[in-house]
Design a protein around this ligand. Structure first.
Ligand SMILES: [Zn+2]
Length: 111
């Protein structure tokens, strides 16, 4: 299951020109995440940057979708953007990818 996420990740690292940046995926249990009331069992997808190791870690409680990967990598490439701006940029990148993908009827890349 993780290998599929890594294929998405490597595709998007390539597209966004951040292949040099190490990015790891860490799957955690919902029981490790608390909700607003402090009760465990909440869902989470986020990115943490370890500046010492120069490594970014996408932490997730569920299987990553394309938009999750793009969203988290956009936080990484544009740390100045707030969450709604990252969402807009994510949609833009996904639409762009889809138009490349469908544009000439040829799959540019398989992932
Ligand atoms: Zn976000």
């Amino acid at each position: 299951m993780l290998s599929k996420a890594y294929r998405k990740l490597s595709y998007w690292r390539r597209s966004l020109g951040i292949e040099a940046q190490a990015v790891r995926i860490e799957r955690i249990s919902r029981m490790q995440v608390t909700n607003e009331e402090g009760k465990p069992g909440a869902g989470l997808v986020g990115i943490v940057v370890d500046t010492e190791l120069n490594e970014a870690v996408i932490v997730t409680t569920r299987a990553l979708r394309d938009d999750d990967v793009v969203h988290e990598l956009t936080h990484l490439t544009n740390p100045e953007l707030d969450h709604p701006q990252v969402d807009r940029e994510t949609s833009r990148l996904l639409v762009m990818r889809n138009s490349i993908y469908h544009g000439n009827g040829v799959k540019e890349r398989e992932y």
